[in-house]
Design a protein around this ligand. Structure first.
Ligand SMILES: Nc1ncnc2c1ncn2[C@@H]1O[C@H](COP(=O)(O)OS(=O)(=O)O)[C@@H](OP(=O)(O)O)[C@H]1O
Ligand SMILES: [Mg+2]
Ligand SMILES: [Mg+2]
Ligand SMILES: [Mg+2]
Length: 411
């Protein structure tokens, strides 16, 4: 006769064996799926971390990411030209310079935009006429375009990978011929802003903005020669002598209503940036103002007269390109004065759209020299505006008053 205890042991043993046998298939399934799950998790983890940086959904997130990657890739190309002796410079019909860097950067950026947003239009500064007419120039640009690749393969993929052929490159450049306007989504692109600075070895910028209904809404600017440190003092040395060696190269961006950021250009479009703001300023006598290097682009004498009315004693900082907007947006400098030289010149939308949204989102106010809002929705130029003034909100009315006094005295 068996006692109840061994009987119980027997049942226990049988139950354990049955359990082990039934778990076998599960464990084999788990041993196959767990590493896969781990792989997926480690793949997703950086993305999840980036998301938690901003817990709420950000407007125009995809546009910002594509624009940042496109600008970052184009700056690889512009930097290679910047460091090369032959920049393939031509003189355009308005006698302004254009280089193989301008053409190549425009091709890369437009092909990135068209890959991600095929229905969007682009107002780009350059066209491909000169390249279609000159095969050796075209070959130089094609070589550059093929060589410019983001290190991160996934990022490169997001902007469509390499351009497929010479013809596709020329077509991309020519897709920047939109007439602009107030309807829908239109990108404004300056592949190299401050081409003269680029040739001189000074500041230049790769500038891209998305306008929605004629309003600059997303802005991205790559400035390979600006110091990474937002707090670096802005003085005349940061200009002609700056270059993109160690500690240089910044990617600025902004989305309307979401603030402005900066990050090292080398980190690229997938890195979240840090917030930037204009320097608080309630006393204009302490201000530093930025202006164009070229006296033909902005009247140095009018700018000086305005500065004197505002009690400014510090010398102006002359800097090429939209690096001026970026510098005041990060608090390295306070005002941007761009007083017209010629009555007939119409400012181009690609020279200002990205800089405007970045400065506005950093707490600045911008208008033309008469205090009129800039109208980006009437075509390729700001034909209803004359000159540009940017300043921190608190002193903006005072600055505009000084500008009007100077302009009225000339009439
Ligand atoms: N007459 C006149 N008035 C105003 N602006 C003009 C004028 N001629 C040209 N441009 C445009 O100026 C763009 C460069 O502006 P900057 O402020 O960088 O000028 S400067 O190079 O620092 O002097 C420059 O942009 P890029 O061509 O992209 O370099 C021109 O579009
Ligand atoms: Mg130009
Ligand atoms: Mg320009
Ligand atoms: Mg340009």
């Amino acid at each position: 006769m068996t006692t109840p205890l061994p009987q119980f042991r027997k049942y226990l043993l049988l139950t354990l064996i049955t359990l082990a046998l039934s778990l076998l298939p599960i464990s084999s399934v788990l041993s196959r799926t767990l590493p896969r799950l781990y792989q997926i998790k480690s793949h997703l983890y950086p993305a999840l971390q980036t998301r938690t940086f901003s817990s709420r959904a950000m407007a125009y997130e995809k546009e910002l990411e594509i624009a940042a990657l496109a600008v970052q890739r184009a700056t690889l190309l512009t930097k290679s030209v910047y460091h090369s002796h032959s920049k393939g410079t031509l003189s355009k019909s308005d006698s302004s310079p254009v280089t193989i860097g301008d053409f190549g950067a425009q091709a890369l950026i437009i092909s990135s935009i068209k890959h991600a947003f095929p229905n969007d239009e682009v107002v780009g500064e350059e066209d491909a006429d000169d390249l279609r007419a000159d095969s050796s120039l075209r070959d130089l640009v094609w070589k550059l375009v093929q060589a410019a690749k983001l290190e991160d393969a996934a990022a490169e993929e997001k902007i469509g990978g390499p351009i497929k052929s010479v013809e596709a490159m020329l077509d991309a450049i020519d897709s920047g011929r939109s007439a602009g306007g107030r309807k829908g989504r239109i990108w404004a692109l300056d592949p190299i802003d401050g081409t003269k600075g680029f040739l001189r070895g000074g500041q230049y910028a790769v500038c891209l903005a998305l306008m929605v209904g004629g309003i600059p809404t997303v802005g991205v600017i790559g400035t390979p020669n600006l110091p990474v440190d937002d707090q670096a003092p802005l003085d005349a040395k940061i200009g002609e002598n700056a270059d993109d060696s160690e500690g240089k190269g910044v990617l600025f961006s902004a989305v309307r209503g979401e603030g402005a950021t900066s990050r090292p250009l080398s980190k690229g479009g997938l890195e979240p940036g840090k917030s930037i703001n204009m320097k608080p300023l309630d006393d204009t006598t302490q201000a530093t103002f930025c202006e164009s290097v070229e006296a033909g682009h902005s009247s140095h004498s009018d700018n000086a007269a305005i500065a004197s009315k505002l009690g400014i004693t510090k010398p102006s900082v002359r800097m090429d390109s939209q690096a001026k907007y970026c510098s005041i947006a990060r608090g390295a400098g306070d005002l941007y004065l761009r007083l017209p030289v010629s009555k007939s010149y119409e400012e181009k939308i690609w020279d200002h759209a990205a800089g405007v949204v970045i400065v506005q989102e950093a707490g600045g106010e911008i208008s033309d020299a008469w205090g009129k809002p800039l109208d980006f929705g009437i075509g390729r130029t700001l034909k209803e505006n004359k000159g540009i003034i940017a300043a921190p909100k608190a002193v903006f009315p005072m600055v505009i008053e000084a500008v009007k006094e100077v302009l009225n005295a000339k009439q």
